[in-house]
Design a protein around this ligand. Structure first.
Ligand code: GDP
Ligand code: ZN
Length: 466
């Protein structure tokens, strides 16, 4: 049978492994109160008072207690999913939770109770208007947040701060659209529309606000996704040592034998709450060693996908012919920081220098000592600058790439609308159409008129039981 959004579903909601408590959650779907009543009788041997904590046994088919714990009964629509929900909070052992889960499936079989898919409870919450799409995504982002700043901004999105900003924009666009559409319906009044209604002024105001929201969302996306930073350079220049200095711990193997870092090591560190996924790579050099060659090929793959490349050099040798050859292969468009390492072995002091190479691209050079941990702060600051990070995360909403794309699309449509407005009243219908498209882009963020495919993509990435 095909799984549908109205099936009764059950899942273990707590993380796998052992814990103080473990939660099994049931959302009754179309089976509703009838199923809930039958399940309460079968599992707890009694009816549970709505929204009260009841300390009860969890019974097997023979009436023996599998566990004892707190059971909660949330009749629709006052539950997480908006459906009739039952929650059994027992002991957090993997076997006992499996037993309770199996017992639920057995007792719920007459109603078609099945295991929930990843994110299915939250998908229901969205479909039943408990959360909008941006808030539903914030649930997963809060669970997955890798830094405190990311968790706090996911919390703000879950509370609806991001959705409210989007709704305020949509309201303004709708207001303007209504003015225009009314004018289109009464062509004789078109003459002074743009002037009289101050359509241009209103549009300019909306565009400013949208730019602000996009700025905050961009910061939020940075908090969520982080930045992938690749350490590249010849063997022995100190890539692994720099990773350790940035992370403040001994992670990668540091040895004086050239070519020891064959496989990539990724370590996520944070700078001001932004996750930096730092990838240590095999040293780039000509080699006969087959295994090393594979590592080097992989390194180039990492470099192609990086947000930032740190090109490490030995400060004593300076920029060698090999380094120039390596730099020439860096893909255009990826920011590169040239790091002169091992300043402690030279007369150089840690510093940041902006170089203009061949008169065009700006290259930033940071001089530091990974081993002595001198100048590491300069590099951190440079990474934040490249990331486009503005200090202060108070008003940032945790946003996703999907949201940024929609905001940019809205921005483009409003820019086109502004262009039509410049052409006067005869382009009013085009003006109106761009406003409509901008509104559609904004609505896709909170999930009004969303396709099933998009929902599938978003919710399949959740954990089970959420
Ligand atoms: P990789 O091959 O580029 O990863 O280089 P490693 O990090 O393994 O370092 C190679 C050698 O250089 C090791 O002996 C390190 O201790 C040494 N080294 C790395 N950074 C520095 C530094 O800043 N100063 C000094 N004096 N030695 C360093
Ligand atoms: Zn290394």
């Amino acid at each position: 049978m095909l799984a549908t959004d109205s099936d009764p579903i059950v899942a273990i909601a707590t993380a796998p492994g052992r814990g103080g408590i473990g939660v099994v959650r049931i959302s009754c779907g179309r089976a509703g109160d009838g199923a809930a009543t039958a399940l309460m009788q079968a599992l707890c041997g009694q009816m549970l008072v709505a929204r009260h904590a009841s300390y009860v046994p969890f019974l097997d088919a023979g009436g023996n207690a599998l566990d004892r714990g707190i059971a909660l009964n949330f009749p629709a629509p006052h539950s997480y999913t908006g459906e009739h929900v039952l929650e059994l909070q027992g002991h957090g052992g993997p076997i006992v939770l499996q037993l309770v889960l199996q017992r639920c499936l057995e007792a719920g079989k007459p109603f078609g109770l099945r295991l929930a898919e990843p994110g299915e409870f939250t998908r229901r919450a969205f479909l039943n208007d408990k959360l909008d799409l941006a808030q539903a995504e914030a649930v997963a982002d809060l669970i997955e947040a890798s830094t405190e700043a990311a968790a706090r901004s996911a919390g703000r999105s879950l509370e609806g701060a991001f959705s409210r900003a989007i709704h305020a924009l949509v309201d303004d666009v709708i207001g303007l659209r209504m003015l225009v559409e009314a004018t289109l319906d009464f062509p004789e009044e078109e003459i002074d529309f743009l002037e009289a209604a101050d359509a241009r002024g209103k549009l300019a105001h909306i565009r400013e606000r949208l730019a602000d929201v996009l700025g905050d969302a961009r910061q939020g996306a940075l908090l969520r996704e982080g930045l992938s930073v690749v350490l590249a350079g010849q063997p022995n220049v100190g890539k692994s040592s720099l990773l350790n200095a940035l992370a403040g711990a001994e992670l990668a193997i540091v040895t004086p034998i050239a070519g020891t870092t064959r496989d990539k090591v990724t370590q996520t560190i944070q700078i001001e709450g932004i996750p930096l996924h730092i990838i240590d790579t095999a040293g780039l050099r000509e080699t006969e060693d087959e295994v090393e060659r594979i590592g080097i090929a992989r390194t180039w793959g990492e470099i192609e996908r990086a947000d930032v490349v740190l090109h490490l050099l030995d400060a004593r040798a300076g920029v060698t012919g090999e380094d120039t050859a390596i730099a020439a292969r860096f893909p255009g468009g990826v920011p590169v920081v040239r790091v002169l390492n091992k300043t402690d072995l030279t007369e150089m002091a840690p510093s940041v220098n902006r170089l203009s190479i061949n008169g065009d691209a700006d290259v930033c050079e940071v001089r530091l000592s990974a081993k002595k941990s001198e100048g590491i702060d300069l590099l951190r600051a440079e990474l934040l600058r490249i990331a486009g990070w503005q200090a202060g995360t108070e008003s940032v909403y945790l946003a996703r790439e999907r949201h940024l794309i929609a905001l940019r699309a809205a921005q483009e449509h409003l820019a086109l609308a502004a262009g039509h407005a410049e052409q006067g009243n005869h382009a009013l219908d085009l003006f109106a159409e761009e406003l409509r498209l901008a509104q559609e882009a904004l609505n896709s963020i909170t999930g009004e008129f969303t396709s099933d495919d998009l929902l599938g993509v978003i919710f399949s990435r959740f954990c089970i039981g959420k």
